[in-house]
Design a protein around this ligand. Structure first.
Ligand code: IMP
Ligand code: MG
Length: 174
């Protein structure tokens, strides 16, 4: 069974949009410093492209989480499998994710980060699939909203493949 990837957002389109978000974040945090937290592994490409265009001081860190209990239970559980090195207390935290689908992982992760008493806590995602949302998540910065399709590239994978594609494509099976 072959896989085919149909381009949804070219590298140029993605990077133009990332530059716009970086400008907005730089304006919103003028005179402040931000702690940018990339979510491993999918958020890494977006996180690096975004943060290198932010003009206020940035401290960069990463977190990795895996969720359990989604599907059959109304409230799942999230385990932090790789925690921050930085202390989030008193910081302007911006969580940087590749895509928000059901919202379960992010909701629980944001609750955990909020309990560390940051000065502010914002969520930035490259893609959003609002039709798929199961739990409410407040999203502050969104690259693109997409319909319910499975996408790869720019950090996003299918069975760990395609993360390194420099564009975003829809994965089709033929
Ligand atoms: P959720 O919002 O907790 O359901 O999970 C979102 C996570 O599912 C994302 O961080 C991705 O790792 C993964 N995901 C959701 N939709 C896609 C997709 O279309 N392509 C690749 N990964 C996806
Ligand atoms: Mg992810």
């Amino acid at each position: 069974m072959g896989e085919h990837i149909h381009t949804l957002f070219s590298q140029e389109v993605v990077e133009t949009r990332i530059a716009e978000i970086a400008e907005q974040i730089s304006r919103d945090f003028a005179g402040e410093e931000v702690l940018a937290i990339g979510i491993l592994r999918g958020g890494v490409y977006f996180c690096t492209e975004l943060t290198k265009r932010i003009t206020v001081p940035v401290v960069l860190d990463f977190i990795e989480a895996s969720s359990y209990g989604a599907g059959t239970q109304s409230s799942g559980q999230v385990n932090i499998t790789r925690d921050l090195i930085e202390d989030a207390a008193g910081k302007n935290v911006i969580v940087i994710e590749d895509i928000i689908d059901s919202g379960r992982t992010l909701k629980l992760l944001l609750e955990k980060l909020q309990s560390r008493n940051p000065k502010s806590l914002k969520l930035c995602t490259l893609l959003d699939k609002p039709e798929r949302r199961v739990v409410e998540v407040p999203v502050d910065y969104i690259g693109f909203q997409i319909p319910d399709q499975f996408v790869v590239g720019y950090g996003m994978d299918y069975a760990q493949k395609y993360r390194n594609l420099p564009y975003i494509g829809v994965l089709e099976f033929e």
